[in-house]
Design a protein around this ligand. Structure first.
Ligand SMILES: Cc1cc2nc3c(=O)[nH]c(=O)nc-3n(C[C@H](O)[C@H](O)[C@H](O)COP(=O)(O)OP(=O)(O)OC[C@H]3O[C@@H](n4cnc5c(N)ncnc54)[C@H](O)[C@@H]3O)c2cc1C
Length: 279
């Protein structure tokens, strides 16, 4: 049976991000959260393949208790089961500790209910590291297709998948045995409208809450801040570029405008620097 496991992260809505000028940290209070956009597209790909093959979708997320809202959103989109991993012991996790916890619990799900594909977003729009998909896949021993833009085929009888990934220069089409991991670009699938049956199911659905003790007992020195060798000491915002000078060609005329630009370039010393560098 087709079983897709999708890793989803609740992230701050980046259009509303503010940085505390004193501490340099993100201000999370009062900031609306959303389902990480890449994860929404990864889930949409799982929904498309569930429609073709039947089967089911499980979504899993590590985060604060409010993550339940994100899981409900995933159920509305077509997931059947949702798991929230939440406990204060997991707080402050870097990508190493996050990947360790997710891989351990995904392996647990896989042993209970075998998984065909494990889908991730390409990256989370807050942490932006793109390390969690590869980190989880390597721990679970899964072949991994990164930057996936299309799943061409999932063949459960012959146990393989054909997926397309993009690189800077060209696209690659890869055949891989199942179960396999994929980190997904937005092109992988369009986000579906929530159907009425899914909406009704999500209203009644209670996401499963797992902690650092259930269903697996985690060693406390390998999770959260204690299990994280990298720390974010400070975040800063790049300075906004100042608006440039506008020359109105219609008023000045083309000749004087070009002359003015050339004079500005000469007086800025840029050309001397280039000539000096070339010499
Ligand atoms: C500004 C900022 C900078 C950071 N820099 C670093 C850093 O340099 N090094 C570092 O180790 N950590 C860093 N972190 C911490 C980082 O956010 C966490 O480790 C996070 O849990 C996972 O990393 P990510 O957000 O980069 O995820 P990515 O690796 O970008 O996420 C890829 C995919 O993995 C899945 N995924 C990621 N997190 C979860 C989750 N909690 N639950 C379920 N699925 C998930 C999603 O499918 C997601 O699309 C930073 C955090 C912030 C806010």
């Amino acid at each position: 049976m087709f079983h897709a496991l999708v890793a989803v992260k609740q992230v701050p809505d980046t259009t509303n991000i503010r940085i505390d000028p004193e501490t340099g940290n993100l201000i999370r209070q009062g900031v609306p959260t959303i389902l990480n956009p890449y994860d929404a597209h990864a889930l949409a790909a799982a929904v498309e393949w569930k429609q073709k093959l039947g089967g089911k979708i499980t979504v899993i997320s590590m985060g604060p208790p409010s993550t339940v809202t994100t899981i409900r959103e995933c159920i509305e989109m077509g997931a059947d089961r949702g798991i929230v991993i939440t406990a204060r012991q997991f707080a402050g996790a870097d990508t190493l500790a996050t990947s360790y916890v997710l891989a351990t619990l995904m392996q647990y799900v896989h042993e209970q209910d075998p998984v065909s594909v494990v889908l991730f977003g390409k990256q989370a729009i807050d942490g932006d590291t793109a390390q969690v998909g590869p980190g989880v896949s390597i721990r679970m021993g899964l072949p991994l297709v990164t930057y996936a833009v299309k799943i061409h085929e999932i063949n459960l009888e012959e146990n393989y998948m054909v997926a397309e990934r993009k690189t800077e220069a060209y696209n690659e089409i890869i055949r891989t045995p199942l179960p396999a991991g994929l980190t997904c670009e937005k092109e992988i699938a369009k986000i579906p409208y929530a159907s009425l049956p899914n909406l009704v199911y999500s209203l009644k659905y209670e996401p499963e809450i797992w902690t650092h003790e259930t269903p697996v007992m985690f060693p406390l020195d390998q999770i959260g801040l204690k299990g994280s060798p990298t720390w974010v000491f400070k975040t800063t915002q790049p300075e906004l570029r100042k608006g440039g000078e506008v020359l109105k060609v219609a008023e000045m005329g083309v000749g004087p405008a070009v002359k003015s630009v050339l004079e500005k370039i000469k007086s800025s010393g840029v050309l001397n620097a280039v000539a000096g560098g070339a010499a």
